[in-house]
Design a protein around this ligand. Structure first.
Ligand SMILES: [Zn+2]
Ligand SMILES: [Zn+2]
Length: 430
């Protein structure tokens, strides 16, 4: 990590060089915009589910080869990785695009509408790029093309990471960013910083939204098992009631956020989304279980929530003479934008997109598996608008829904932003 170098780079003595690259990238992005749009339509029409992105990966590898790169395939099952060595020595930066679709039936009547099907949980389902990962894939291929063309001028190495299964691997399978990291995608050559973007249907095209530190939440899913003593509902004093205990736990854990966290720092959520217990009105059951999720945007707040959850659940159960067991299930780290990297790269985003088009956003309590890369190396994740300019983005269909739509005019911002972030990072840290 070259954090001091990153800060020094803010001053950017090579302003002239940077501006030359700006003009070059602007021009090349315009030249390849229609190619990227065409590719995006292809990926959209050929949407595939997580860990099943076979045709998608094949197409990515084909285009990368056509560009002049030598892609590595089958990384973390269906991922594709290519390394571009610049003509001058320098650090290694990674750019990441996720490539998977979702089991959603597309409703919009577009010429490039998806009619794909796949198998999800043993059922045949329609498949659609309902999160816009088709745009990420096409954008990164455009970026690869542009950077390849100017490779002689590039001081360092760029790793293009096409990542499968961002939406989550099928039950019982590994996948996504976590598996890519496990398979060593950030090694050989060792990546020093990583950038990733997400299209957003409810932001106008041309706009960029970003923030330092926690931008998307960590997820910790948990299950609480309560054990009491079964008895007749008419004589509750002869048993131990897990239902009353569960009610107290649900209420008591609400004080984790409201009474134990520094709320002006960052948001946090503790939700119980499901309770299973009992069969009829006059039986107090022996046991029950609850499922919940924790969302945090700050590591120390996350540790506080986990600690308080243990204390409250076990002590509440104890006060009722019941027994409690907490098991943790899915967990995602915080999508955490390294503050120094953010400070160093924000000027690049503003320069290439126009100062007025780059906005400080509030954090999102949803999660993103880009966080697994950021756990290993400093990274920056940001959002670009997908709604057609002049439309009201607030009424645009949300992600993961049948009417989800991203306008073609959104691609340019992505191509320019990713290209300039890679170049400016390498220039600043050579
Ligand atoms: Zn999604
Ligand atoms: Zn997504």
């Amino acid at each position: 990590m070259k954090k001091t170098a990153i800060i020094a780079a803010v001053i950017f003595s090579s302003n002239l060089i940077a501006q030359n690259f700006d003009a070059l990238i602007e021009q090349k992005a315009l030249n390849y915009e229609s190619n990227v749009i065409e590719l995006r339509h292809w990926f959209h029409q050929n949407a595939e589910l997580s860990n099943r992105e076979y045709k998608t990966a094949e197409k990515i590898a084909y285009i990368l080869t056509e560009i002049g790169l030598s892609p590595q395939t089958k990384v973390a099952k269906t991922g594709v990785v290519a390394v571009l060595k610049g003509g001058k020595p320098g650090p290694v930066v990674a750019l990441r695009a996720d490539i998977d679709g979702l089991p959603v039936k597309e409703r919009a009547n577009l010429p490039w509408k998806s009619n794909m099907t796949g198998e999800y949980n043993g059922e045949k389902v329609p498949v659609m790029h309902a999160c816009g990962h088709d745009t990420h894939t096409a954008i990164l291929l455009g970026v690869a093309k542009i950077l390849y063309e100017i490779r002689e001028e590039i001081p360092g190495t760029i790793k293009f990471i096409f990542q499968p299964a961002e939406e989550g691997a099928p039950a019982g399978e590994e996948g996504g960013a976590e598996l890519m990291v496990k398979e060593g995608v950030l090694k050989n050559p060792d990546v020093e910083a990583i950038f990733g973007l997400h299209i957003w249907s409810q932001i106008n095209a041309g706009e960029v939204f970003v923030r330092p530190k926690g931008i998307m939440a960590a997820v910790n899913e948990f299950r609480i098992d309560l054990e009491g003593t079964q008895t007749h509902g008419s004589t509750p004093w002869t048993g131990i009631d897990p239902i009353v205990t569960a009610s107290q736990i649900v209420n008591n854990i609400q004080t984790i956020v409201s009474r134990s966290l520094p709320l002006t720092e960052a948001a946090a959520v503790v939700t119980i989304g499901s309770i299973h217990g009992g069969v009829r009105s006059n039986i107090i059951p022996e046991s029950l279980y609850m499922l919940g999720t924790i969302r945090t945007l700050d590591e120390s707040m996350k540790q506080t929530v986990l600690k308080r959850l243990e204390e409250i659940v076990h002590n509440t159960a104890k006060s009722n003479n019941a027994k409690a067991k907490i098991t943790y299930q899915v967990s995602y780290p915080i999508t955490y934008n390294d503050p120094e990297l953010y400070k160093a790269m924000l000027p690049s985003l503003k320069r290439i997109n126009g100062e007025d088009n780059v906005h400080l956003m509030t954090a999102i309590t949803g999660a993103e598996d880009f966080s697994f890369f950021q756990k290993e190396v400093p990274g920056m994740y940001f959002f670009i608008g997908g709604a057609k300019k002049g439309t009201d983005p607030k009424i645009a269909a949300p992600h993961h829904t049948p009417d989800f739509y991203v306008d073609d005019s959104a691609m340019l911002t992505g191509i320019k932003s990713m290209s300039i972030l890679a170049i400016d990072y390498l220039l600043a840290n050579q």
